[in-house]
Design a protein around this ligand. Structure first.
Ligand code: NAP
Length: 259
């Protein structure tokens, strides 16, 4: 085997189908493009159509097969119908990335049922429901990769983590339950844990240069995260070479969590 073929055996996603929620922006978009460029056919999912179409165009610009589905993943009925549409363009997915997420930050004492329910629906229930729809098929076919995006707020309180931190801690618990359920059948479940990444999600915080600098100083690398920092880790966790890694949380945070 040539060295190039060996590299392909480790990391190529040729012939695989990936669904990436939140694939139209920030971390999810960088992951969608990375999986596509590594060989997967990619379906991106979010609400806003223009951003979805733009992402699919970017993927096609790299010669990748791409499609998109617009859906509000916070709405169970819409999610169920959308899941069927996700499997239409390229067939059932081998890789599911749950990056769609919201961070609403009212003080905990004022946090209403609506914020709690919406946060749990988008950040925790949607990854559960989509995994439940797609993982049994992956297990039957003997190959599957569930990749969730949690947050350092799953591990520590940070700027009114409120419902958000609780939803992300739940997501890491879900990852371990999924690993237990499906790893014997070739389906791994893992979580990528970002620190502070400059994306529209935290526009308010990222528009304050002093706070941005202070956060960068809390990392070991000396800068805040970029969506592109997630590309390699996502390809690895989607690829054959990560077959013996499951139930794990991989921090992609420049050392933020170990200071
Ligand atoms: N940025 C950070 O510092 C950071 C830190 C820790 C964890 N994270 C996590 O990383 C993930 C990606 O965040 P990001 O920073 O890349 O944020 P982002 O740029 O705001 O992207 C969020 C994505 O989720 C989609 N989305 C949001 N609500 C949705 C809904 N109800 N239904 C369907 N799609 C929905 C958005 O598209 P539409 O609005 O068009 O629906 C968008 O594509 C999130 O789970 C977030 O919690 C981010």
């Amino acid at each position: 085997m040539t060295n190039e073929a060996y590299l392909r055996e480790l990391f190529s996603l040729d012939g695989r189908v990936a669904v990436v929620t939140g694939g139209s922006s920030g971390i999810g978009r960088a992951i969608a493009v990375a999986l596509g460029r590594a060989g997967a056919r990619v379906v991106v999912v979010a609400r806003r159509e223009a951003e979805l179409a733009d992402t699919a165009k970017e993927l096609e610009g790299y010669g990748c097969a791409a499609a998109w589905v617009s859906a509000d993943l916070g709405d169970r009925e819409a999610l169920r119908a959308a899941a069927e549409r996700m499997a239409e363009p390229f067939g059932e997915p081998d890789i599911l990335v749950n990056s769609a997420g919201i961070n609403l930050r009212p003080p905990l004492g004022e946090l209403g049922d609506d914020v709690w329910d919406t946060t749990m629906a988008v950040n925790l229930a949607a990854p559960f429901l989509l995994s439940r729809r797609f993982a049994p098929g992956m297990a039957e076919r003997g190959y599957g990769r569930l990749i969730h995006i949690s947050s350092q707020q799953a591990h520590r309180a940070f700027v009114q983590s409120g419902a958000y931190g609780a939803s992300k801690a739940g997501l890491e618990g879900l990852t371990r339950s999924q690993a237990e359920a499906w790893s014997p059948y070739g389906v791994t479940a893992n979580t990528l844990v970002p620190g502070f990444v400059m994306t529209p999600l935290n526009a308010r915080l990222s528009s304050d240069p002093e706070k941005v600098e202070a956060l960068a100083a809390r990392t070991m690398i000396g800068r805040n995260g970029l969506p592109a920092d997630f590309a390699g880790a996502a390809v690895f966790l989607a690829a054959p070479s990560s077959a013996y890694i499951t139930g794990q949380s991989l921090f992609v945070d420049g050392g933020f969590s170990v200071h």
